[in-house]
Ligand binder design. Structure first.
Ligand code: PHE
Ligand code: ZN
Length: 880
């Protein structure tokens, strides 16, 4: 029986499994009307378990049990209990073989968990708890088994049959069917199991490891995508080389496979030897993928590949430890991306995501520690906190230990725990043992939720030449957590003299060899640091390269920010100073009288950025991006979205009008003058010319309009084509907008990944994406409720990016979202739960909005038979 009220799972209830599975023998019979799964489990009692008389309990979800046998003898109905979500066998020997046959219906699986069909092919998604939708099994990551998998299907409809490991046998069967058998020599948890069957083309490549083994690389896609594989395969080879060089990790199987599927809940999945990707995160061609997509693909291919060690060879003991693999792997992929392109730009992008979305999550009702202590539905915990904050926590270890000791720690971790299912604590202990450092206080980063706030004050003692810096840390309360302890925080800083020269940081009078940058360590609620031997009051450059995931308060003057924008040797802090200045200027205009002046020094600073071609163009391209509305909302106490939107628009238009000629010159200077390439400089130049275009169209500039129309027509790559389209869509030139949208659709209607971009350009635009237009997009023939990417491109982009349109004071945007969540809840609860996110932040908004957001949440709450996924998000959001 499943009770109505979803149960909470607690970390403190963790017990080792009573039974272990050493081997799994699977046989899949795939048909159009369903699939039969034959499973033979080799089971033994776990010697580590003190639960001696425990029954065998297997998880199952929506399975039809066809037969059950123990050591070859069929079990009678009274020898087991089928509880729907669990199969319980009370009386089992110390060791035995259990044979289970189940029937499932992949063709009707809209949740996209377990075995399902996507564009005619069969595929699987088992993380976190999808394997139980395929067969009865102890579906928990600390049960690791060797898998052998035989797949049988119609030969002409499914010529390609894939699973984990190596193919060891294949052949024909009667009735036009065939089979392939795969064997994976590495024990793995069932969440890493995968199967694919389809009519796919294969792209082959190879990689020689540093120990001289040749690995077969294979990518499988639908025939129409055959020309979009090169970038993923190249990225894969770069990632394989990088992991050898930087972490000393080699690939372990003989084959590595990547498959692209159109219907996928997440970005991609690291199944052992058989990574499965959302098409939008792996397929690319010059004509269809933007620079951002190319970079995303490189990062995700690397991320999934890196999981082979951080996640697969060493896996999680339980799902509370999710950040053990995700935080570490995100850190690894961000180091990789930094090495492949501009490290400063990569850091800016990561911190932007963290400060905009993870800080918001950490300040809201769903806030949870990097290692949570309870959950209702684990699918809800694939969060920015687990991934991005988890990566920041690993980065802080890297900052505290330095690269050599960190590498010693990761070597020890992989060596000590290879083949095991472990905890975040084991990870920290390896770092501790390798470095000799005491990380007991550092462990609080895994246990305490909420973003620490650092408040910095300073004073200069001119007589003694001493500059005194006081740093205080506080931690906000979060659901279920109050009165927190101070964190161990690496705090990087430098000091600049009035000409912008870095000053030596002498912590004592006699400190003669002092460095110009230090990684200070904060452990107390307040610290005071004294810097000696200074002739004048310096300008501090604080939290360089964002050395810890904290909010930093310091009473910068606009003068100091302008100074840091052009002088800070730390590229990240140069960008950050610009952001802080822009935030300050925009905030001062929120709700201000129409004739309030826009800070003229902001215009001067931007003019300098646009015109000085000697500056690092990749950094300039980032510095020109004004802080997003989402970030401004995150920084506000009681956000009034229309007022924030207007203030930001005012600043943007003021800049565009004041710098109109400079923008046209910038556009022309950065026009494409050679063949398309993906170097950081080429990407920066495309970004600059598209920003110039967007700004010119924001002020209805006729020359800008002509440039946009021409660029839209003549572009030889998607970044420029969609850049021009976006600029036109966001302009007042309604005819140009409609024409461009129609011709874009006409050209790309057969390419789902491009149609997704076409949807989201509209849904994210306050010109083309007001509610009636959004509703129209939902009835467009290319829209498909069963495809998560389409739902995200329209509903997700509207509620998450088109903020002024979503936050209508009559609540219509919220009601719309509630309606779509309820509609999706039955077919795909994971996607439904994710769509609720914008409403969970209801307490952040001005009262009129807040109440209507809450009402929308209550409407969702009252839907009959709510999924556990949406139940958890909605109830936690409304609580307290
Ligand atoms: N483990 C995947 C990743 O981060 C994400 C994922 C989770 C995919 C759950 C599907 C389901 O690499
Ligand atoms: Zn991952």
């Amino acid at each position: 029986m499943r009770s109505n009220q979803p149960q909470t799972i607690y970390l403190s209830d963790y017990k080792v499994p009573a039974y272990l599975v050493d081997h799994v023998d699977l046989r899949f019979e795939l048909f159009e009307h369903g699939a039969r799964v034959h499973s033979i489990l080799t089971v033994r009692r776990n010697p580590q378990s003190d639960d001696v008389g425990a029954p065998l309990v297997l998880d199952g979800d929506r399975l039809v049990l066809e037969s059950l046998a123990l050591n070859g003898t069929p079990l009678d109905g009274d020898q087991y209990e089928d509880r729907g979500d669990q199969l319980v066998i009370a009386d089992v020997p110390e060791q035995f073989q259990l044979s289970v046959v189940t029937w499932i219906e992949p063709q009707n699986n809209t949740r996209l968990e377990g075995l399902y069909k996507s564009s005619g092919m069969f595929c699987t998604q088992c993380e976190a708890e999808g394997f139980r939708c395929i067969t009865f099994f102890p579906d928990r990551p600390d049960v690791m088994a060797r898998f052998r998998t035989r797949i049988e299907a119609d030969r002409s409809a499914y010529p390609v049959l894939l699973s984990n490991g190596n193919d060891i046998d294949r052949g024909d069967l009667p009735d036009g069917r065939h089979f392939v058998t795969w064997e994976d020599p590495f024990p793995k948890p069932c969440y890493l199991f995968a199967l694919v069957a389809g009519d796919l083309v294969e792209k082959r490549d190879s990689f020689r490891t540093r120990s001289g083994r040749d690995i077969d690389l294979r990518m499988y896609v639908e025939p129409r995508n055959a020309d979009k594989c090169a970038h993923a395969l190249d990225s894969l080879k770069r990632a394989m080389r990088w992991d050898e060089e930087v972490y000393g990790r080699e690939y372990d199987l003989d084959i590595f496979m990547i498959v692209a599927v159109d219907d996928f809940n997440m970005g991609a999945m690291e199944n052992k030897g058989l990574n499965i990707f959302n098409s939008s995160c792996v397929l690319a061609s010059q004509d269809t993928a933007t620079d951002a997509a190319y970079q995303r693909i490189e990062a995700i291919v690397a991320h999934e590949y890196f999981h082979n060690w951080s996640g697969n060879r060493v896996t999680c003991r339980d799902w509370f430890q999710l950040s053990l693999k995700e935080g570490f792997t995100v850190f690894r992929d961000s180091q990789f991306s930094a090495d492949m392109g501009s490290a400063t730009v990569k850091r800016i992008e990561d911190v932007t995501l963290l400060r905009t979305a993870q800080f918001a999550e950490d300040a809201g009702p769903m806030a949870h520690p990097v290692r949570p202590s309870s959950y209702i539905e684990i699918s809800n915990f694939y969060t920015l906190t687990i991934y991005e904050k988890g990566a920041e926590v690993v980065r802080m270890l890297h900052n505290l230990l330095g690269p050599e000791l960190f590498r010693k720690g990761s070597d020890l971790y992989f060596e000590r725990h290879d083949g095991q299912a472990v905890t975040t604590d084991d990870f920290v202990r390896a770092m501790e043992d390798a470095s000799g450092r005491d990380l007991s206080q550092f462990r609080l980063w895994y246990e305490q939720a909420g973003t620490p706030v650092l408040t910095v004050r300073d004073e200069f003692d001119a007589d003694r030449g001493v500059y005194r810096l006081t740093v205080e840390q506080t931690l906000p309360d979060t659901p279920g957590q109050t009165d927190k302890k101070p964190h161990h925080i690496p705090f990087a800083l430098g000091l600049l003299d009035r000409r912008g020269q870095p000053l030596p940081l002498r912590l004592a009078d006699d400190d003669t060899e002092a460095p110009t940058e230090r990684m200070l360590e904060l452990t107390e609620r307040a610290h005071t640091f004294e810097f000696h031997g200074l002739a004048e009051c310096p300008v501090p450059s604080l939290l360089r390269n964002f050395s810890a995931p904290v909010r930093l308060n310091y009473p910068w003057t606009r003068e100091q920010l302008l100074f840091l924008m052009s002088h800070d040797p730390d590229g990240f802090n140069r960008w950050d100073a610009g952001q802080r200045l822009a935030v300050d200027v925009i905030q001062s205009l929120v709700g201000a009288p129409r004739d309030t002046q826009v800070e003229p020094r902001l215009v001067t600073a931007y003019r300098h950025l646009i015109c000085d071609a000697s500056l690092d163009q990749a950094l300039v391209a980032k510095m020109l991006q004004l802080p997003s509305e989402a970030y401004l909302i995150e920084l506000a106490d009681e956000a009034d979205v229309p007022a924030i939107h207007q203030a930001r628009e005012r600043v943007l238009k003021h800049l565009a009008i004041s710098l109109r000629d400079e923008l046209v010159a910038c556009y022309r200077r950065n026009a494409q003058d050679s063949a398309y390439d993906l170097s950081p400089l080429a990407i920066a130049r495309r970004s600059l010319r598209n920003t110039a275009l967007a700004w010119l169209l924001a002020i209805n500039d006729e020359e800008g309009r002509a440039l946009a129309v021409r660029q839209f027509r003549d572009a030889d790559n998607m970044t420029d084509r969609i850049g021009a389209l976006r600029a036109l869509v966001n302009s007042d030139y309604e005819d140009d907008r409609n024409q461009a949208l129609a011709s874009f659709y006409q050209r790309y209607q057969d390419d789902p990944q491009v149609v997704e971009q076409w949807f989201s350009v509209q849904a994210a635009s306050d010109r083309a994406g007001q509610l009636p237009q959004i509703r129209a997009l939902l009835t467009h023939p290319a829209f498909d409720w069963k495809n998560p990417n389409k739902v995200r491109a329209v509903v997700g982009a509207f509620a998450g990016q088109n903020l002024a349109a979503f936050h209508q004071v009559d609540g219509s945007g919220y009601d719309f979202l509630a309606e779509q969540v309820c509609r999706l809840d039955d077919s795909n609860p994971q996607i439904a739960a994710r769509l609720v996110t914008p409403l969970t932040r209801w307490r952040k908004f001005a009262p009129a909005y807040r109440e209507r957001m809450r009402a929308a949440l209550e409407r969702i709450r009252d839907k009959p038979s709510l999924s556990r996924d949406v139940y958890e998000v909605v109830h936690k959001s409304l609580a307290g």
